[in-house]
Design a protein around this ligand. Structure first.
Ligand code: ZN
Length: 502
């Protein structure tokens, strides 16, 4: 059989299968971010939100596998996504250095995002049940090998100071779907008055201070079963703050208290807590931290119910003055005094460990030495949260004006000459080079437009940091950007029309 050729064989597309690599992720991210940039008229806060929810996930795809190959050459495409993203958010030029663009737009660096994900994955692996094969390989991943090293080895190495092996186990589900959930929403269900036994009220509280977490319990046995009101209190130091948290302490307290009451028959029990998260978790437990305590609580409650007890868990807002809860709080605080010794052997909480691991492995760095000379002179507080405050109230046009003036990469001759877009770096007024300072404070062409700006900055005339919302080295810790001055600078720049694209 002869097969006739019908024409030239079509060239295969360069990326045949989208095997995740830094380059593929960069290319896909670029597509997504271009679409974001096409949406004109978005405010910086909306654009930032869209970047985080539509662009970042595309770039992050499978980053756990390839992030360690994300070096030198491979960083190009992903850095480009970050810069285009910054342009879509605050309108910095694409020539602005990566770290400066990220700081101005207040978006996380790619490395930051990858490490956050990697740390989460490493922590998640350690909470898997023992039946999961991945859980059993973590020790082997951690071991140093010359060859065939796991992509997770670097993450394991960065987190080697954090004890992960004693982490709690989190099962896919806490309770069988048909098991009745206990309601904690308060007064909708009245206490059955016909209960034969007495009633007991239990208040639970937790405390976290001095590096410890503990809980306190106050139990009030009420008449008529008891002739007099009987009060019993106790407390327990659960563990170090690096392993436990107030939420887990509340759950542990509930389980621990019920465990001490399993001998009761025909009682009405009311458990009070002022921790809403704990109350909601008991009501609707999910695949989450603190699961073991919830499981225990449900088992104990079933045992108590079989003996004719009636149990309710109530959430009481802290604003409500409850004497019993106050007593429990006192006990909890006693459990976390300075030289407390943990009394319980409980597994480490995942949520607390994850936060700790993230704070250790994922850090925001200062701007590199060799970039952003102008922006560093304007703002010594970069990177910082104040950039959000600066830009979020602005329209995109106002934002891009501010971003240009702050980064120094603006449509002014000083910069245009540098990129060969202008014949000279001199200002049209013929007095000096057209720098940001000359444009804002000195150029004679804009004297009338400048009146409002000068009125606003009377005492600190010519202070570049003040006018552009930056922190100057002389400012103290309490410094916040002067938004009024920033607004005036933006209005001035827009009134001159000098920064508009032509
Ligand atoms: Zn001039």
């Amino acid at each position: 059989m002869v097969v006739e050729s019908t024409g030239p064989v079509k060239a295969l597309p360069q990326v045949t299968a989208s095997r995740p690599t830094p380059v593929v992720s960069g290319a896909k991210g670029l597509e997504a971010v271009m679409e974001l940039r096409r949406l004109r008229g978005l405010s910086p806060s909306t654009a930032r939100q869209l970047f985080t929810s539509t662009v970042a996930p595309v770039v992050n795809y499978a980053s756990n596998v390839w992030m360690h190959a994300f070096k030198n050459k491979a960083t190009g495409p992903i850095n480009r996504v970050q810069r285009v993203g910054a342009q879509a958010i605050v309108g910095t030029f694409l020539t602005v250095a990566n770290s400066v663009a990220e700081a101005e737009a207040h978006i996380a660096t790619a490395q930051y995002r990858f490490w956050r994900r990697a740390v989460k994955m490493w922590t998640d692996l350690h909470t898997l049940p023992d039946t999961n094969p991945l859980r059993r390989t973590t020790a082997r991943i951690r071991k140093f090998r010359r060859f065939h090293r796991s992509p997770l080895y670097q993450v394991a190495d960065a987190l080697k100071n954090i004890e992960m092996e004693t982490l709690e186990t989190i099962n896919p589900f806490t309770l069988a779907p048909w098991e009745t959930r206990i309601q904690t929403d308060g007064e909708t269900m009245p206490d059955p008055q016909s209960a034969p036994g007495g009633s007991i009220q239990i208040a639970i509280s937790s405390s976290a201070r001095n590096g410890f977490v503990g809980f306190g319990v106050a139990i009030e046995k009420q008449p008529p079963r008891y002739r007099k009101l009987k009060l019993k209190t106790f407390s327990m130091t659960l563990g170090a703050r690096s392993e436990q948290n107030p939420f887990s302490a509340e759950l542990a307290a509930i389980a621990h208290t019920l465990n001490g009451l399993v001998g009761l028959k025909g009682f009405r029990l009311r458990l009070l807590t002022s921790n809403k998260a704990a109350a909601l978790t008991i009501q609707n437990p999910r695949q989450q931290s603190g699961q073991e305590f919830v499981c225990q609580t449900y088992k104990l409650m079933n045992r108590l119910r079989r003996k004719g007890n009636h149990i309710r868990i109530l959430w009481v807002p802290t604003s409500e003055d409850n004497k019993l809860l106050g007593l429990a709080k006192e006990q909890a605080r006693a459990a976390t005094h300075e030289d407390a010794i943990p009394q319980a052997q409980v597994p480490r909480m995942k949520s607390t460990t994850l936060n700790l691991a993230r704070s250790q492995a994922v850090t925001t760095k200062a701007l590199p030495e060799d970039v952003g000379r102008h922006v560093k002179r304007v703002d010594a507080a970069l990177p910082g949260k104040h950039t959000r405050q600066l830009y979020d109230g602005l329209s995109w046009k106002e934002a891009t004006v501010l971003a240009q003036l702050r980064t120094g990469m603006a449509r002014l001759n000083r910069y245009l000459y540098r990129i060969n877009a202008a014949q000279t770096d001199q200002c049209a007024c013929g007095q000096a080079r057209e720098t940001v300072e000359h444009f804002l404070f000195r150029c004679r062409k804009w004297t009338t437009q400048r009146i409002a700006l000068l009125r606003c900055t009377r005492t600190q005339r010519g202070n570049l940091s003040l006018c552009l919302g930056g922190k100057s080295p002389s400012d103290d810790q309490q410094w916040t950007p002067n938004l009024e001055a920033v607004r005036a600078s933006i209005r001035f720049a827009i009134a001159t029309g000098r920064l508009d694209a032509t």
